[in-house]
Ligand binder design. Structure first.
Ligand code: NDP
Ligand code: 2IT
Length: 449
């Protein structure tokens, strides 16, 4: 075994021993560390500085109690977290997730991947993530407001526009960011740049709402362009029906693709005439209803209750998983390959299991990992921080063009780095090495901190 190989193995084993129960974090580690072997063979200085051990350890973990009162007057309590993983390239940056499944392992995997995603954007942001095991489903608007106020009452002491800048993720959108921002301002002072994904009326950036979905499509646009191909007439499977999914569908259709599915945790919609994105927005963003309402209002739509869209046996060209981690397992990956899927672009974070991702790569699928393909959201978040510092709001065209340019840079970095290391089309290796290199250089230059 080469030096680099045994070093990587040692770090992996240490992490497994320290936190054997952190399943999702260890999955992200097991995906990332082995791709570092060829890089360390070329750059032994990073191994000498033991940088893989350093980068796998969060700089700081914050956990706190979030007490709140429901509409019936009952006292409730949830857990709040913020993981400040790496600040080598700038203030900690990453979303807040409100979902009952949230725990330390899930947030550590998200924050760890965020380090390399943020590095790939080329913008000055470090990696972080946070959230709560609070379940927003079925809560009234006033319950959401009280929860957000209590959450921020504690979080405010740990964040700041040059320290740590949260944004949205699952269960956290413009409404929640508005309430969180209001409480931060009350406790501290006006500091628009302390949160991103703010509503457009008070210091939000145009195109932030659309950015993650659009970005995942732009990534593939540049990939298809390399192959002298485009989206025209392509049949696409999209999962999820939240922020990322909606705007992936919108951009895919604008570029000529036919998107036939969306899903949620209760089932999925198959609409062979193509998903009606304005109806989807009305149902999800305005009325905050479930997908069953879509099937009730659109004749051509079929609703499959209790089923995963990834078990749906239908031919397709492209797949955009935009719901959550580990939604595609090995069997489902096999089904996608059998059905003709050539490109998988991950709007969600780590939606493919390790085995599924390996299967895609081994079977010639152009597999675009979340930490590269879904970087559009955090990209426009960082542009929102720039606009807040300038106290200006840029026009949509300007933000959208910058987003497209940055997604092109990220795609090219993944493509070229994979090629440089003799692993053409392995965008996981490309993203990991290109993302890590900048972080590692900054860490080395800043000394042992
Ligand atoms: P939303 O809360 O807007 O939507 C989440 C969607 O995923 C919903 O349709 C939801 O269905 C579904 N979903 C969530 N959890 C599960 C589950 N356990 N099983 C099945 N379906 C589930 O979140 P976003 O669209 O913002 O986030 C989606 C993914 O994209 C996440 O992985 C997130 O980390 C990632 N992402 C988000 C970014 C952003 O800017 N928002 C940026 C980069 C990545 P249901 O309503 O039934 O729960
Ligand atoms: O996973 C992600 O990149 C996000 N949820 C967005 C983070 C951000 O700071 O905009």
């Amino acid at each position: 075994m080469s030096d680099a190989k045994s070093y990587v193995k040692k770090i992996q084993e240490q992490l497994h021993e320290k936190d054997p129960n952190q399943k999702e974090f260890l999955q992200a580690i097991d995906e990332f560390l082995p791709t570092m072997v060829p890089f360390l063979e070329k750059h032994p200085e990073f191994e000498e500085a033991n940088l893989l051990a350093l980068v796998s350890e969060p700089e700081r973990l914050i956990q706190f109690r979030v007490p709140w009162q429901d509409d019936k007057g009952n006292w409730q309590v949830n857990r709040g977290y913020r993981i400040q993983f790496n600040s080598a390239l700038g203030p900690y940056k990453g979303g807040l997730r409100f979902h009952p499944s949230v725990n330390l392992s899930i947030l550590k995997f998200l924050a760890f991947e965020q380090i390399f995603k943020n590095s790939l954007t080329g913008l000055p942001i470090g990696g972080g993530k946070g959230g709560s095991d609070f379940d927003p489903k079925g809560k009234s608007d006033s319950e959401i407001m009280r929860f957000c106020q209590s959450f921020m009452t504690e979080l405010a002491r740990h964040i700041g526009p040059d320290l740590d800048v949260p944004a949205g993720d699952i269960g956290v959108g413009g409404r929640e960011i508005g309430y969180l921002y209001g409480t931060y301002k009350r406790l501290k002072q006006y500091d628009a740049g302390v949160l991103t994904g703010k509503p457009l009326g008070f210091w939000g950036s145009k195109v932030r709402t659309e950015a993650t979905g659009y970005g995942a499509v732009y990534f593939v646009k540049h990939l298809l362009n390399d192959l002298k191909d485009d989206f025209n007439g392509k049949k696409v499977i999209v999962s999820g029906s939240g922020n990322v999914a909606i705007y992936a569908v919108e951009k895919l259709q604008e570029l000529g693709a036919n998107v036939v599915t969306v899903s949620d945790s209760n089932g999925f919609i198959y609409d062979e005439t193509g998903i009606d994105v304005s109806l989807l927005k009305e149902i999800k963003e305005v009325k905050r209803q479930r997908l069953t309402a879509y099937a009730e209002q659109k004749e051509s739509a079929q609703y499959f209750a209790g089923q995963s869209v990834w078990d749906f046996d239908t031919s397709a060209d492209l797949a955009f998983p935009c719901a959550t981690q580990n939604e595609i397992d090995l069997e489902q990956a096999k089904l996608l390959v059998k059905n003709g899927v050539k490109v998988v672009s991950e709007g969600a974070n780590m939606p493919s299991t390790l085995e599924a991702a390996e299967y895609f790569i081994e079977n010639g699928v152009l597999y675009c990992p979340g930490k590269a393909a879904n970087a559009g959201g955090v990209t426009v978040s960082a542009l929102e921080m720039s606009q807040n510092s300038q106290r200006l709001q840029w026009e949509s065209e300007e933000v959208d063009q910058k987003l497209d340019d940055i997604m092109k840079n990220i795609y090219e970095a993944c493509r070229d780095t994979a090629k440089e290391y003799g692993e053409e089309n392995n965008f996981v290796l490309g993203a990991n090495i290109a993302g890590f290199e900048k972080v590692a250089k900054a860490m080395l230059a800043q000394g042992l901190v």
